[in-house]
Design a protein around this ligand. Structure first.
Ligand code: TMP
Length: 211
């Protein structure tokens, strides 16, 4: 059986990942692909429990290293239990955030040492690399306005200062510069239709590449 691959959709909070992911799923299903939607933190029963702990706004005392290791623990479970089996059985996995978020938020924004993050990520990933990270790029202030206009409360990370979220955004842009072969930046301030059009162009070339 031909192996599948994984597409990550990531970017600033409020950039419109959920709508884009739905659009990618519809597009792929219409083309006859088997699709698995998943997310980080989360994706498995254990991962979702870890997600609740990480994002709980009532525990601002969580140390940066605890946070990093929780993301790593959830990722290890996710990869082993869900992502690898899906890819091995020929499916296309669409993941809402993945390891690029750890580099952006825990390294570029929190300032944790890059080598430490690489070490934890390597434990979790064991050499696995997603086929593509699609980064929906938006000014974090604009993104937060969108989150608030949906009437949702802010989670522990969204509750960080704007400066933190701006550093995370720049972290995505820097990663994209360093690894252009697995990163695509999409301007998320365009209309929903334009954003999806740009994303589906990327998806179509991935399908050709992995055919
Ligand atoms: P979400 O609500 O968009 O799914 O993301 C949850 C939050 O977790 C978001 O603020 C980004 C953050 N995050 C990290 O800080 N590091 C990570 O590795 C991941 C996957 C998410």
């Amino acid at each position: 059986m031909k192996k599948g691959f994984m597409i990550v959709c990531d970017g600033s909070n409020g950039a419109g990942k959920t709508t884009v992911i739905k659009g990618i799923e519809n597009h792929l299903v219409n083309k006859g692909f088997d699709v698995v939607l998943t997310r980080e933190p989360g994706g498995t029963v254990i991962g979702e429990k870890i997600r609740d702990v990480i994002l709980d706004p009532s525990t601002p005392e969580m140390s940066d290293m605890t946070e990093l290791m929780l993301f790593g623990a959830g990722r290890a479970q996710h990869l082993q239990q869900k992502i690898i089996p899906a890819i091995e059985s020929g499916k296309i996995v669409i993941c809402d955030r993945f390891d690029a978020a750890t580099f952006s938020f825990q390294h570029y924004a929190r300032g944790l040492d890059l080598e430490t993050i690489k070490t934890i990520n390597n434990f979790a990933l064991n050499g696995f690399v997603p086929a593509m990270n699609i980064i929906l790029d938006i000014d974090p202030l604009e993104g937060l306005k969108r989150v608030k206009s949906r009437g949702e409360g802010l989670d522990r990370l969204e509750d960080e200062k704007l400066e933190f979220l701006t550093k995370a955004r720049n972290g995505y842009l820097q990663q994209a510069q360093l690894q252009p072969e697995i990163f695509e930046i999409v301007d998320a301030t365009q209309s929903k239709e334009e954003v999806l059009k740009s994303v589906l162009k990327i998806i179509n070339s991935l399908i050709v590449k992995h055919a």
